[in-house]
Design a protein around this ligand. Structure first.
Ligand SMILES: Cc1cc2nc3c(=O)[nH]c(=O)nc-3n(C[C@H](O)[C@H](O)[C@H](O)COP(=O)(O)O)c2cc1C
Length: 165
């Protein structure tokens, strides 16, 4: 049941040193590519980073220890010449990736990249063409510890407005 993955998906910020096989990385990216895109533009591409030196440089740009420690970083990027909804396209692709990672026993977190100078530095470091937009970094690794799933306490009927607010 997809609701199990949705409940079990938690932000993971501490990872084991154990490597993550490319087969699993491909499965996660497949889920990202199967996500809906505005007018079916399918313009989202993915940079996969395993090189420690590059991860260290990314940490210097964006911070948060897990950037250095996660075995793999994935950066989704979309071609703004092909979509008028880049942030939305990247966001739905990311959520699909989070859920697929969860179902594979892997941990992820949305590492925000919103400061324009950070985006520019990252794109320059990784050679991402200028017309591509990025919004986040998705670290992937085996979680160091188990996080509790979401429960019914996280569900609030008060936030549902039937027919009108
Ligand atoms: C748009 C967005 C930006 C986020 N940015 C960060 C971030 O930069 N660093 C981080 O550690 N977590 C970040 N998160 C993760 C949230 O802190 C996390 O989803 C929230 O605390 C709920 O916890 P959960 O994901 O375990 O359910 C972000 C999440 C979203 C949706």
């Amino acid at each position: 049941m997809i609701l199990d993955e949705i409940k079990n998906r938690r932000s993971v910020r501490e990872y084991q040193t154990k490597d993550v096989d490319d087969v699993l990385i491909n499965e996660i990216i497949k889920a990202g590519q199967f996500a809906p895109t505005a007018m079916n533009n399918r313009a989202v591409e993915f940079v996969v980073i395993r090189k420690q030196e590059t991860k260290d440089k990314i940490f210097k740009i964006c911070g948060q220890e897990f950037i250095k420690k996660a075995p793999v970083l994935i950066i989704p990027a979309t071609d703004t010449s092909k979509t008028n909804c880049p942030v939305r396209d990247l966001s739905v692709a990311s959520e699909n990736m989070f859920l697929q990672a969860t179902s594979l026993g892997l941990g992820t977190v949305w590492k925000n990249v919103s400061i324009p100078s950070q985006k520019e530095e990252l794109k320059k470091l990784l050679g991402i063409p200028n017309r591509f937009k990025i919004v986040n970094i998705i670290p992937v690794g085996y979680p160091e510890s188990e996080s509790p799933p979401h429960t019914k306490q996280d569900f609030s009927k008060d936030k549902i407005h039937w027919n009108e607010w």
